[in-house]
Write a protein that binds this ligand. Structure first.
Ligand code: SAH
Ligand code: SF4
Length: 372
């Protein structure tokens, strides 16, 4: 289950850890900042680009660290506003990173706000019955370097064709940890990755523009509440009663609503910020109006925002998305009492944008023709 690469990813090093490795190798401390500058300000893709480092140091880095822990196998632009990257890891596992553009009036798509959705694991252990990511269980955790490298890949791609993208800046506006995997199930590596993204010697990306989505690992939500950095939190609720939630999310048996909801309250009290409750609408499963009424009560109690997401069908699974009328009727119940709610428009349907779907399809194709 655990993969140990031949060399650790350089993108998993912090200023301190890299400084310590350099000191052991007899190099001066200022080299650490220079190297990190090449990674995050210039997004270097080869050792040769690092022209202000002496050749022997570049050779030592190449022997000691991996510079490219992910490689792009497929970049797919959908007809709407999403762009999906399929990345291959050193052990040939596949992960997905998605760029979502929010069109703004009077501004071209290239300059629109960009949200990047990143993965944290290969597969997922949580087994939610509607989700493509969890179908084959968990293969392994991503390392901190592999998590960070996804964002570097995005920057490189955006730098190439976005006038606004400049060296020294991240070329996106928000990060959502909503790709493949359960982020809080890979807590240490994720927090290290977010520290690197957040640091001034890294991408300098603000914690408040990073949202973690979890299926509800209660002890880890409480641990996250104690972290100083103010990440935003989203909870995959998907059922407003234990009965409905328990049918589709096995984790609800371990941590039912009476444990989950107080943990969410602790988090929002500590950080003074609204938590988002995500609710996928699946026809005949959780889209009944009595679920809407219970969801309204939960959201009102927690002073949380609700994000309704029309279910994106997964090949081989029986679940369906309700009609637009049913979606709107559900939303109206929440709006009646002034709950803050949004109904997400489906994005990237034509490129299998829902969690884990492009990877699933590619793995199935590989299995069907192993030589390819
Ligand atoms: N494991 C974390 C984060 C990744 S999933 C979590 O579950 O929160 C990100 C979001 O996509 C979750 O809310 C998840 O329930 C949702 N999702 C999964 N499969 C989906 C599908 N087929 N259609 C719509 N949303 C889906
Ligand atoms: Fe895992 Fe999230 Fe998918 Fe559930 S919804 S299986 S927790 S990735």
């Amino acid at each position: 289950m655990k993969f140990t690469p031949a060399k650790p990813s350089l993108h998993g090093e912090t200023l301190d850890s890299l400084g310590a490795r350099l000191a052991e190798a007899g190099e001066p401390a200022y080299r650490a900042r220079q190297i990190l500058g090449w990674l995050y300000k210039k997004r270097a893709a080869s050792w040769d680009e690092m022209t202000n480092l002496p050749r022997p140091l570049r050779a030592w880095l190449a022997e000691t660290f991996d510079l490219e822990s992910t490689s792009l196998v497929l970049g797919r632009q959908s007809e709407d506003v999403t762009d999906k990257l399929l990345l291959e890891l050193r052990d040939l596992s596949l992960i997905e990173t998605v760029i979502i553009r929010a069109p703004q009036e009077g501004v071209g798509l290239d300059q629109s706000r960009k949200t990047i959705c990143i993965s944290t694991q290969v597969g997922c252990a949580m087994g939610c019955v509607f989700c493509a990511s969890g179908l084959a269980g968990l293969k392994r955790d991503l390392s901190a370097g592999e998590i960070v490298h996804q964002l570097v890949q995005v920057c490189r791609r955006e730098d190439a064709h976005t006038p606004r993208a400049r060296a020294e800046l991240a070329s996106f506006d928000n990060i959502v940890v909503m790709g493949m995997g359960e982020p809080l199930h890979n807590y240490e590596n994720l927090l290290r990755a977010l520290t690197i993204l957040n640091a001034e010697w890294g991408l300098g990306f603000g914690a408040r523009r990073i949202t973690l989505s979890t299926s509800g690992l209660v002890p880890k939500i409480l641990q996250l509440a104690d972290e100083a950095a103010g990440f935003r939190l989203a909870i995959s609720l998907h059922g407003a009663t234990n009965e409905v939630r328990g049918q589709i999310m096995p984790i609800n048996k371990r941590w039912p609503l009476e444990e989950l909801l107080p943990a969410v309250r602790t988090f929002s009290d500590k950080h003074g910020r609204m938590v988002t409750l995500e609710f996928i609408l699946i026809e005949g499963v959780n889209d009944m109006l009595d679920q809407a009424a219970k969801l309204r009560d939960i959201a009102g109690d927690l002073h949380a925002h609700v994000n309704l997401i029309p279910y994106n069908t997964v090949e081989g699974l029986p679940w369906k998305c309700p009609s637009l009328t049913r979606q709107q009727n559900f939303m109206a119940v929440l709006q009646e009492r002034g709950v803050s709610v949004t109904l997400r428009r489906e994005k990237g349907r034509d490129i299998d944008a829902a969690c884990g779907q492009l990877r699933l399809k590619t793995e199935r194709d590989r299995a069907a023709s192993p030589a390819a």
